[in-house]
Design a protein around this ligand. Structure first.
Ligand code: NAP
Ligand code: ZN
Ligand code: ZN
Length: 386
């Protein structure tokens, strides 16, 4: 088994301490300061990551900001299983190019760029050739916690880090007009909600329901509004009723209020469900019109209550899932956001606030996305001494 790329550094000596070497075949490049978990119950602690020396097609990026996705919480706490420790999360990455490999002509040092959830895929299967790298038949390579199929089989480490090295094919251009910190959440929360909205061809006159007003949910509201839809938010949090209206929703339904749910019967064309915990979908199906669809985006770690087929059959309703978005679609989403002035509503946090931010996210206490300012990470010893 290849050595992991990251090794823990005790918080008392954060920065200095042991550094894991990169794959021998690719050389150890920049030492990056990072925060990650050493086990499912360690919380996030300072780590040092050895990034590979940029290969011909690589782009080395000085990370400025990284969004905190609920998927990071699921992964770091071992709720989805199958991860290798230590684990540096983060797949909503924005930064500037610091170096490029010899074959890279489309990016240059100083360019502002982004990296989302995908850093590689097989590039040959039908899905990859269709620009649907997220559904790669041979498995996409996730930005963290995945086996890096081309670089010595090491484990990928994410963006809670001062730098990343990514193949140019998976690097996005971040429009200059958008605030870089507020752009970061678009790389996952943005494209994950943009993709099903586009797949359903949402346009003016459609009614889109958004279930769960967190990081994904608030992006769904903004994007659906920008596409011309009427937006109805379904929330379990009474405090988010006025907040959703401020965000641009046309209507808000407190989903725990049965009378309000009854009143929403047959009013919605498309539901984007972003809830991070198990919940009953059957009351939501009742709000859909004939030929309506519910796209489930949230991936709770525990089983959901069963779906009643009668609810689907009675109105020819489609119950679907959707995973992030492909690389070309992510670029399309970023350009769409620049055109419509859409960014996330964020709260910027420092590295020492990450664990508290996770707890607040689980408690639903964020409007609407935490973003890590990576300048607060401590430099590894070799860099600190320079
Ligand atoms: P988030 O910011 O924490 O928002 C989740 C929202 O779900 C909460 O704000 C809350 O909204 C609602 N909720 C209702 N009951 C809940 C409960 N018991 N526990 C937690 N949340 C509850 O999370 P996120 O980053 O938007 O991610 C949402 C889910 O999507 C996660 O499961 C994540 O792993 C998944 N995800 C999937 C994809 C994909 O490609 N499909 C991509 C990214 C993330 P209200 O207060 O309004 O009810
Ligand atoms: Zn995510
Ligand atoms: Zn593929």
């Amino acid at each position: 088994m290849p050595p992991p790329l990251a090794k823990p550094v005790t918080p008392a000596t954060a920065g200095p301490g042991p550094v894991a070497s990169g794959s021998a075949a690719y050389g150890a490049g920049v030492l990056a300061a990072a925060y990650g978990a050493t086990s499912p119950d360690s919380g996030l602690v300072p780590l040092t990551v050895a990034r590979r020396t940029p290969q011909a097609d690589d782009v080395e990026i000085a990370v400025e900001f990284c969004g905190l996705c609920h998927s990071d919480v699921h992964a770091v706490r071992g709720e989805w299983g199958g991860k290798v420790w230590p684990l540096v999360p983060g797949h909503e990455i924005v930064g500037t190019v610091s170096a490029v490999g010899s074959a890279v002509t489309d990016f240059a040092p100083g360019d502002r760029v982004g990296v989302g959830c995908i850093v590689d895929s097989c590039r040959e299967c039908e899905s990859c050739l269709d620009g649907l790298e997220q559904y790669c038949e041979n498995g996409m390579t996730g930005t963290y916690g995945a086996v890096d199929r081309r670089n010595g089989g090491s484990i990928t480490q994410g963006g809670y880090s001062s730098s990343v090295v990514v193949d140019r094919r998976y690097v996005l251009r971040v429009p200059d007009s958008l605030d870089p910190a507020a752009v970061a959440p678009l790389l996952c929360a943005g494209v994950t909600t943009f993709s099903p909205l586009r797949h359903f061809d949402v346009e003016e006159g459609d009614v889109v329901g958004v279930v769960g007003l967190g990081g994904l949910g608030h992006m769904a509201v903004k994007l659906a509004k920008a596409m011309g839809a009427k937006v109805v938010v379904f929330t379990t949090s009474e405090s988010k009723v006025p907040a959703a209206l401020e965000l641009g929703a046309d209507e808000v339904v407190l989903s725990t209020d049965e009378t309000a749910m009854d009143a929403a019967d047959r009013t919605i064309d498309l539901i984007i469900d972003t809830v991070a915990a198990p919940h009953d979908l059957n009351p939501l199906f009742r709000t859909l019109r004939v030929d309506g669809a519910l796209f489930q985006l949230g991936l709770p770690s525990e089983a959901m209550p069963p779906v009643n087929p009668r609810a689907l059959i009675g109105r020819r309703i489609a119950y679907a899932g959707s995973l992030i978005g492909g690389i070309a679609e992510t670029q399309e989403m970023l350009d769409f956001c620049a055109e419509h002035g859409v960014v996330a509503d964020i709260e910027v946090v420092g590295a020492n606030q990450l664990n508290e931010a996770y707890n607040r996210m689980v408690a639903g206490d964020v409007k609407y996305r935490f973003v890590l300012d990576t300048s607060t990470l401590q430099a590894p010893a070799e860099e600190a001494d320079a």
